[in-house]
Design a protein around this ligand. Structure first.
Ligand code: BEZ
Length: 193
């Protein structure tokens, strides 16, 4: 699969005729929504786990020293907690561009924390994309994150912001928190810690 997924995502037109679409965020979308939205609700999706398995050459790392950002890995029985945003379909052009380094739109059912559910879109980077790095120990992931930096800033800033946002939502994620603990052991901590 090519590194640039914009054209592939434009062919996913399932929701184009809708006035608004729910978008499920499980990574930077939880702590940084740089687009207009109509509503925002804590939500979850089933059968997926959040993992720092996607390489980042364009945001939190470089071509020669990629960082690591989250994607979702299929896992029976798992529940991934995040934040759902109700957006107009036009917002997907912006998101396709921002996430062009391997993420594909997938239609998914999401369950809102305060009840009810809706079908919407989640962006997932699978093992088939060229930037995919795959599993590694949380210790090795922390080492890589500690030393990576890209145009959007240090890779550690992304991990620490995500960990803090999950704590504030009351939705602990052991994979994320274990990497955070390894980062602390390397001397990289939350700004106020
Ligand atoms: C997210 O924050 O949920 C997200 C992750 C990868 C690509 C796009 C959005």
């Amino acid at each position: 699969m090519s590194l640039n997924t914009i054209a592939i995502n434009q062919r996913m037109d399932k929701f184009d005729s809708h006035d608004s679409v729910w978008l499920f965020g499980y990574g930077s979308l939880i702590f940084k929504a740089d687009f207009p939205f109509l509503d925002r609700r804590p939500a979850s999706i089933g059968g997926w786990s959040r993992r720092f398995w996607q390489g980042s050459h364009d945001h939190r790392g470089t071509e020669t020293h990629p960082g690591r950002v989250v994607t979702l890995a299929p896992e029976a029985g798992a529940i991934c907690h995040g934040m759902a945003y109700l957006v107009t379909p036009e917002e997907f052009a912006h998101l396709d561009h921002r996430e062009k380094n391997g993420y594909l739109r997938l239609a998914t059912e999401m369950h809102f924390e305060d009840g009810g559910s809706a079908e919407g879109i989640v962006y997932i980077a699978t093992h088939e994309n060229a930037a995919y790095l795959g599993p590694a120990s949380e210790r090795d992931i922390a080492r890589q994150i500690a030393s990576a930096r890209g145009p959007s800033g240090p890779n550690s800033e992304y991990l620490l912001a995500l960990a803090q946002a999950l704590r504030e939502m009351g939705k602990p994620d052991e994979h994320v928190f274990e990497i955070e603990r390894h980062l602390a052991a390397l001397g990289v901590r939350q700004p106020d810690a």
